[in-house]
Design a protein around this ligand. Structure first.
Ligand code: BES
Ligand code: ZN
Ligand code: ZN
Length: 502
């Protein structure tokens, strides 16, 4: 779908015109602000809405089919909610509703009346609408026969205004497009079945990204990881027939970098639990256990286009977690890259074993901050549900910045405390730490405390548990069932606001 912002003073020729109305819309003639519709249609549409008690609440919408003689064949009126409510997700939702409604009625072109959303109320409306149009248009059809695929009829979306389009708006459209496309790319990586999206396939994807100007890619195979002493990562990989790889992507800005950030994504292409096998139902969505790595790879791809002035290292230790004769066993002790030993009591707590090597590897790149994202604990889904990630860290400013970046992106992050006393829970009698908490309580926090053992105290670190929001079972306003691409956009905002200098 091609998206364009254009100035238009008279009627617009389109299959679907979308107009947004705030909750306190002026019932007498709000639609008249779209002089794009002729007076007769305007009058008729306003009457229609009155009759149907259209209030303009968020999520409310009406699709009106107009007289065939009209240049605009269908009118979508969408409620944007009360003015005081946060507007960014309302606008993304409006964009998404527009592209989805267009698809439903087999429209070839859709148009959004940008003037119906006043600029003072929403500064980056062009960006938000673009993001919404493309995120809402996503569907995962790669494995469907033609007749079952969602027909993609909408090939053009216009963002129309009666005023001159400012050059900033064109930039916004570009930004929205790149962010949405990167998010949709992460969704594809997650949604492709685990038998196809193997560690080797993720390496192919990373190599493709590594070929883009400004990005480079290093791949460490099993031998290279052995040489570095990555016993935690390799213990998880030992049960699988698929060779493990550590992916290291580097994005370098053109000028002098304003700083250096390392991002580590959990990359379990399938989590069966290993010998501590999961029940069948819990395994159904475990192809999503590489969502952290998918977000990192997709983000680096977006950085090559958006070019923020920060050097970024994207790291992911990729493997399956499988049961077999060669799998790691409960009671095993693994020695990790930083020399610490881990008693593996549950092979299903594998994410932290891989991160116990990926984090020290990230620190070797000498970053100013380290952020990891991982579908790490079911406990986090119990605590925060599937719309919110848990965040913990050693530096409050970093945590605050990430939460604020999440707000900008429309992604929720909630801080959990790293309670010192709970460290008792992961003490082992035979190794430095064990990979599950003794009591099974506060599972997300004990996982965070475990990871903290593998970062140094001098480098600010944040851990984001995305076990809930990485996947959605029910369709969301911006995403169908499946992988969501959570964190791609939050991390971009974090990097583009990055100011820290040593
Ligand atoms: N990948 C899972 C966590 C998960 C659960 C993600 C549900 C998404 C949805 C992780 O590897 C895991 O199995 N964690 C265990 C840890 C436990 C054994 C300490 C869990 O949460 O049950
Ligand atoms: Zn697991
Ligand atoms: Zn896992």
């Amino acid at each position: 779908m091609q998206i364009e912002a254009i100035e238009k003073r008279d009627g617009v020729q389109t299959d679907l015109l979308a107009v947004g109305l705030w909750k306190d819309w002026d019932k007498k003639g709000v639609l008249s602000l779209t002089s794009l519709l002729d007076a007769e249609t305007n009058h008729w549409a306003t009457l229609c809405l009155k009759g149907q008690k259209f209030e303009g609440k968020g999520g409310e919408s009406k699709l009106l089919h107009l007289n065939a003689k009209q240049p605009t064949r269908n009118l979508l009126v969408a409620g944007l909610g009360a003015l005081k409510e946060s507007k960014s997700n309302a606008l993304r939702g409006f964009g998404a509703l527009t592209s989805r409604s267009g698809t439903k009625i087999h429209a070839k072109t859709v148009a959004i009346d940008v003037d119906s959303i006043s600029a003072s109320r929403c500064k980056n409306r062009y960006q938000l609408l673009t993001e919404g149009l493309l995120l809402g248009d996503y569907s995962f059809d790669l494995y469907k026969s033609k007749e079952n695929q969602t027909p993609r009829t909408v090939d053009q979306a216009l963002l129309i205004s009666r005023r001159k389009i400012p050059s900033a708006a064109l930039k916004e459209v570009g930004l929205g497009k790149t962010l949405a496309e990167a998010t949709n790319y992460a969704r594809d990586l997650i949604n492709i079945p685990a038998t196809d999206m193997t560690p080797g396939r993720m390496v192919q994807e990373a190599k493709k990204v590594g070929k883009i100007h400004g990005v480079s890619c290093r791949i460490l195979d099993r031998k290279a990881c052995e040489r570095l002493g990555m016993g935690g990562f390799l213990a998880v990989a030992s049960g699988s027939l698929q060779p493990p790889y550590l992916i290291h992507l580097i994005y370098r800005p053109s000028g002098k970098p304003r700083g250096r950030v390392a991002l580590v994504g959990k990359g379990i292409t399938f989590d069966s639990g290993g010998l501590s096998l999961k029940p069948a139902g819990n395994m159904e969505t475990m192809k999503d256990d590489m969502s952290g790595s998918a977000a990192v790879v997709a983000l680096i791809k977006a950085l090559a286009t958006l070019r923020p002035p920060v050097e970024v290292h994207g790291i992911a230790a990729m493997t399956e977690n499988m049961p077999s004769g060669s799998a790691d066993k409960p009671g095993d002790i693994a020695r990790t890259m930083n020399g610490k030993t881990i008693e593996i009591l549950n092979t299903d707590a594998e994410g932290r074993l891989t991160l116990a090597d990926a984090l020290p590897y990230a620190l070797k790149q000498n970053p100013e901050v380290v952020i990891d994202l991982a579908t790490l604990t079911g406990a986090c889904v119990v605590a925060l549900g599937d719309l919110c990630a848990g965040i913990m860290g050693t530096d409050q400013r970093l945590v605050n910045d990430l939460i604020a970046s999440g707000e900008e992106a429309g992604e929720k992050l909630w801080q959990l405390p790293l309670i010192e006393e709970y460290k008792e829970d992961i003490k082992s009698s035979v190794a430095d730490v064990k990979n599950i908490g003794a009591k099974g309580a506060a599972g997300t926090i004990t996982a965070g405390l475990f990871l903290r053992e593998f970062v140094d105290s001098a480098t600010p670190w944040a851990h984001i548990d995305i076990a809930g929001p990485a996947w959605t079972e029910k369709p969301l306003p911006l995403c169908p069932r499946g992988g969501t691409g959570f964190m791609v956009r939050t991390l971009f905002h974090y990097l583009s606001n990055y100011r820290r200098s040593r």
